[in-house]
Design a binder for this molecule. Structure first.
Ligand SMILES: NC(=O)c1ccc[n+]([C@@H]2O[C@H](COP(=O)([O-])OP(=O)(O)OC[C@H]3O[C@@H](n4cnc5c(N)ncnc54)[C@H](O)[C@@H]3O)[C@@H](O)[C@H]2O)c1
Length: 343
């Protein structure tokens, strides 16, 4: 690895840093880079929760803003003399994109375009766009997505991420803008909003409620711990090649039904809680990621074994009932007012 090519930011802006993966990234970045200025820009939608960053408030600046608001983005970049951006902010839930798709195009496509344009004008030296393996669509029983796989999204969520990836690539090609794309598989870990598969099933099981499983439960996902994803984003920020795409996964494929049964076994709950429900429309059958490029070129590798990571995650949700109770009741929305409202 060529150390002269390492990029070291002095002031990093993280969009969506109050969400699940963004907050995990901010936490680990602050710990490993105490001398770098960190600014979190987040609109605090239903999915943004500053309590995910509780106890770290003094170590980053917070800007409550919508990524579609060009003026607010411009001001944040200037006020904080930002030289690097990691862009997580997005609408991220497939089911919501089926119920109400327009906000996905608004936030994920238009918002990303605003972030790119303002970052380009400001002279940002690195821009990491955090995308998803869902842009590749669905796989058959064999093989894995590489960076050369065709973009073939299925859901409005995946289509909006795919469209944003194409705008990012156009900026890299047309303007030589130093943007890099990551495409990661399904994340799990603490602080995940309880609408996604693992926390939803965990919380329902803890409350002896039915566990709704789509279709036959045989849809396969490649699960990666969010700390491994954060480490990959950091590797790409500091050592990635501008204009490139890096797939991120941990070769850890599980049919959904097996994840659900694992959760029930760990909690000592009966499988009779499983309830099969009508499948999600156009539900992608299988995702699998070939991460050999980032492993070979940037020296990153997923490090957290699934049995350890899932046991830690289950233990975290058991120990942090107050966190998810407040999320589910909406109380967490008051935290911003208390913490930042009078500043
Ligand atoms: N969760 C996964 O398994 C996964 C896998 C691969 C990639 N990704 C990508 O990683 C990123 C983060 O995913 P996540 O699961 O943490 O999502 P999340 O829904 O938990 O968090 C999204 C964050 O973005 C913020 N946000 C939403 N709209 C905004 C707007 N208009 N302006 C400013 N902030 C806004 C929200 O308030 C929230 O804090 C997304 O881009 C997603 O596509 C997620």
């Amino acid at each position: 690895m060529n150390l002269s090519k390492i990029f070291a930011p002095t002031s990093l802006l993280v969009t969506g840093g109050a969400g699940f993966i963004g907050s995990n990234f901010v936490r680990s970045f602050i710990e490993s880079h105490p001398d770098v200025r960190v600014t979190v820009l987040d609109a605090l939608t239903y999915a943004g929760n500053l309590e995910n960053l509780a106890n770290l408030e003094s170590r980053f600046s917070f800007v409550k803003a919508d990524i579609c608001d060009a003026e607010a983005v411009r001001k944040a970049l200037a006020d904080h003399a930002v030289d690097a951006v990691v862009h997580f902010a997005a609408e991220s839930h497939v089911d919501r994109s089926i119920l109400g798709p327009m906000i996905f195009t608004q936030t994920n496509v238009l918002g990303t375009h605003v972030m790119l344009e303002e970052s380009r004008r400001h002279g940002v030296a690195r821009f990491v766009h955090v995308s998803t393996d869902e842009v590749y669509g669905s796989l058959g029983p064999e093989g894995a997505f590489t960076e050369q796989s065709p973009i073939d999204p299925t859901s409005p969520y995946a289509a909006s991420k795919a469209a944003s990836d194409l705008v990012v690539q156009a900026y890299a090609k047309t303007f030589g803008f130093p943007a890099i794309i990551t495409r990661c598989s399904n994340n799990y870990g603490p602080w995940q909003f309880p609408e996604k598969l693992i926390p939803l099933m965990l919380i329902n099981a803890m409350n002896d409620k039915a566990l709704p499983v789509y279709g036959d439960g045989m849809n396969v996902r490649d699960w990666i711990h969010t700390r491994d994803h954060s480490a990959a984003v950091l590797a790409v920020l500091s050592r990635g090649m501008p204009g490139e795409v890096y797939n991120v996964g941990s070769s850890n494929e599980w049919p959904n039904i097996e994840i659900v049964k694992l959760i029930l076994r760990t909690l000592g709950k009966p499988e009779s809680l499983i309830t099969y429900v009508k499948d999600r429309p156009a539900h992608d059958r299988r995702y699998a990621i070939d991460s050999s490029k980032i492993e070979r070129e940037l020296g990153w590798k997923a490090m957290i074994p699934f049995d350890e990571g899932i046991a830690e995650t289950i233990a975290w949700y058991r120990a942090n009932e107050r966190w998810w109770q407040r999320v589910m009741s909406g109380e967490y929305l008051e935290y911003y007012e208390r913490q930042y409202g009078k500043r």
